[in-house]
Ligand binder design. Structure first.
Ligand SMILES: [Zn+2]
Length: 334
């Protein structure tokens, strides 16, 4: 025996809908579908490039560094992507070529990008004391502050080398108080994908099979970016139940000069749009406390998990494997 459902008892008898009205309703439902069930999250990412004017495992001349930065800037502009470059001013002090080095930084500002301080000598808060790193911050801001001030833009951001924020909480607090007193905001990061490792292999490419190997390294580098982004998205979802604006950390090296276009295209294909550091830091996620890094400077997503006492299923991207990892062991000694 079939028991009538209560709602069918309440529902008035349906009158047949005219054909055109039925078609209109079906069409409307179809149009609504992408909005209701396929709407992608608004994924945003900041591009931050460390170690200006260049990072290299092999010697690099100032003219080569200038070409490398021009390539980065051309790609950023083509993608209409704002970026911030963090400067190690000690690398500008090449006798007879300081003007050319400073011109590299000026080109960043000409291109509409921002500059930040990465300190003089790339001193980290693990092997150097708070006082030593504070001195390196002030010593490392001379040209950059002069260039930004001339354009009426304050120098506001500091990226700590090795992304170390202190051996202890006391160190972290003392250093952050120092930064605030000098008008700096600490620039965190949330996404990285071992670009220094791929770059070291890339810097050592030579010989007859260099072109073929270069292609393999570039392909593995792109695959590793996709893997890393997926992991950091998962960490964001586990911590905040949404996709926070991510901050991507890469370096001013030969590899990125040649592959930034591909990386940005990949990020776009993953649904990202590019935003400024100012915009990202307005998100409340970045007000989450982060404890002192200690020796290793992981993604801020891992630091937030620690300070919140949240256990995550992943804490960062897997180690690179494949041919690049083997070449890295061979050429770069690890
Ligand atoms: Zn660095």
């Amino acid at each position: 025996m079939t028991v009538p459902r209560p709602e069918s008892l309440r529902r008035p008898a349906a009158t047949p809908m005219p054909l055109m009205a039925r078609l209109r309703t079906a069409l409307l439902a179809l149009l609504m579908l992408p909005v209701c069930s396929w709407s992608a999250p608004d994924k945003r990412i900041v591009i931050t490039i460390d170690d200006l004017p260049f990072a290299s495992a092999t010697p690099m001349t100032v003219p080569e560094a200038a070409r490398l930065n021009e390539a980065l800037l051309r790609t950023l502009q083509r993608h209409q992507a704002p970026a911030i470059g963090f400067v190690n001013e000690d690398r500008l002090l090449v006798p007879g070529q300081i003007d050319r080095g400073v011109a590299i930084l000026d080109a960043w500002l000409d291109a509409g990008m921002a500059l930040g301080n990465h300190n003089f000598g790339h001193l980290g808060l693990w092997t150097s004391s708070v006082a030593e790193v504070q001195a390196a911050v002030l010593r490392g801001e001379v040209f950059t502050r002069w260039l930004t001030t001339r354009r009426g833009a304050p120098l506001r951001y500091y990226r700590p080398p090795f992304t170390q924020t202190g051996r202890t909480e006391a160190d972290r607090l003392a250093f952050e108080t120092f930064l605030q007193a000098h008008g700096y905001t600490l620039a965190p990061f949330t996404v990285e994908h071992d670009d220094y490792l791929f770059a070291c292999v890339y810097d050592h490419l030579d010989g007859t099979d260099a072109a073929a190997t270069r292609q393999i390294v570039e392909d593995e580098y792109d695959a590793h970016l996709r893997r890393a982004v997926a992991v950091f998205e998962s960490m964001s979802a586990q911590l905040f139940e949404r996709q926070i604006p991510q901050i991507w950390l890469i370096h001013a090296n030969r590899l990125n000069a040649d592959t930034l276009d591909r990386s940005l295209t990949t990020l776009r294909s993953l649904g990202y749009r590019f935003i400024s550091l100012d915009e990202a830091l307005q998100d409340e996620a970045y007000r989450t406390p982060a404890l002192a890094s200690g020796k290793f400077g992981p993604s801020w997503l891992a630091r937030w998990a620690r300070s919140k006492g949240v256990k995550l299923s992943v804490y960062g991207q897997p180690d690179p494997d494949g041919q690049t990892a083997a070449l890295h062991r061979e050429h770069c000694g690890r």
